[in-house]
Write a protein that binds this ligand. Sequence first.
Ligand code: ME8
Length: 513
Amino acid sequence: MTRRFTITTPIFYVNGAPHIGHAYTSIACDVIARFHRLDGNDVLFVSGTDEHGQKVEQSAKAQNVPPQEFADRISQSFRQMQTDMAVQTDEFIRTTETRHKKAAQTLWKKVAESGHIYLDAYEGWYSTRDEMFVGEDEITTHPDGSRTAPSGAPLEWVREPSYFFRLSEFQDRLLRLYEENPDFIGPHGPKREIISFVKQGLRDLSISRTSFRWGVEVPGDPDHVMYVWFDALANYLTAVGYPDLEDPRHVHWPADVHVVGKEIIRFHCIYWPAFLMAAGLPLPKRVFAHGWWTVEGEKMSKSLGNVLDPKKLADEFGLDQLRFFLMREVPFGGDSNFSRRSLITRMNVELANDLGNLAQRTLSQVARNLEGVLPERGTLTEDDGKILAQAALLPTLTRNHVEQLAISDALEDIWKLIREANAYIDRQAPWILKKENPARMADVLRVLVDVIRTVATLLQPYMPDTMEKMLDQLGVEKDERHIAALETPLPGGRVLPKPQGLFPRFVEEEKQA
Ligand code: ME8
């Protein structure tokens, strides 16, 4: 039976242009989604834009544009960013769409019907930058009397009628959820943080605002708009056609994993499961928080002028090179730093030297010495058997890593095989066999083609365009490129196209003095 797999990114605020952080999350989810598709699973990959709330309203006002027009423009730039990054989503949810408002309002009604919403008044601090209510105990007061949120964002005092969600009633159920489902939150750091936060006791949560209008109207009370996080989290249900249970996408709920940045884990691991429990809906299986990127050692910020545009980077270094670097540089879940030097080093060492040379050395010898014809598999020596066995194991190893969302560990295992193949080619020296034992040379080249085919197949999710070209050069037909196809060796006798280098070395131009 086909396995279903549902993965989501956070939906991004439309208050500014997309940057490398948004591209990172999108690419990571794309790699995981593509891997599952390649493995024959029925995937639903969801992303989108979070368009309501005070922050977006203020950004639109600052540019003198009506909020809808502003949201239309920036949402489009997020879509374009994903297209530019070769991110293939199945659903892109905009929270200003009618289908989403319907889903969010239905969720609200279900939560209200279960008795978990009441009307009161909120009085306290609010951080518009984080779109978050901040408790007194979380605030830093500075010598000049100003106050900031844990994120460093400024705070404003809010006092307004508000609907509340009875979050305080969910403390025990949430703790039980984390205990009974040890994988519900990953990785360990954020998990510990959430558990200790919930153990300290939960306050009821204000879930509507009355001091501005840019939001989804609260059902039955048009003076209120929903708190933007109630609205935003509901996008994951919009994506599966909620509340229409007949919608074909309905089978894709619950999601297998919500991938998020670590700063928004509280919303996904506390509020979201509590809303769903209140509405009587199944809970996602997992929330995974990845780390934060800095740029050349500094936090990215508009004021520092170091915000990285993913499109510019892809234009300069190549899209697949950028995707590879982002997935390779950091264990998924950890923080990382973007530096041009590390990107260039990885391109030159791992892509150009390790992988590029392996393919080029092998295929140019097939072209030159075998007239470009793929030989049949020959009699295997012990050395051949060893490397082919390592290759045969690789699909399982990488699948297990991707299952754990360890997408950089999967690359590490793939690179182990690549390095091993380079050692094999040096040991076997087919360029010497050419004169001494041409039949053995053909066997060795065939072993190498098989190993490279495995590597290229498994690297497709990371570097789709370049691996398509590599598989073309290896004579692998389009319908032979999924993981299960690796079990069937390619027939000998295929004529391979003329090989072309796929990973040129990157030489940084000398900076003008
Ligand atoms: O929080 N490093 O949207 P947002 C790594 N709308 N990832 C980064 C990053 C960085 N420096 N900067 C941003 C929101 N991200 C809400 C989400 S979900 C129901 C609502 C990525 O536009 C990371 O995934 O602020 C982070 O969680 C997300 O962008 C925040 O995007």
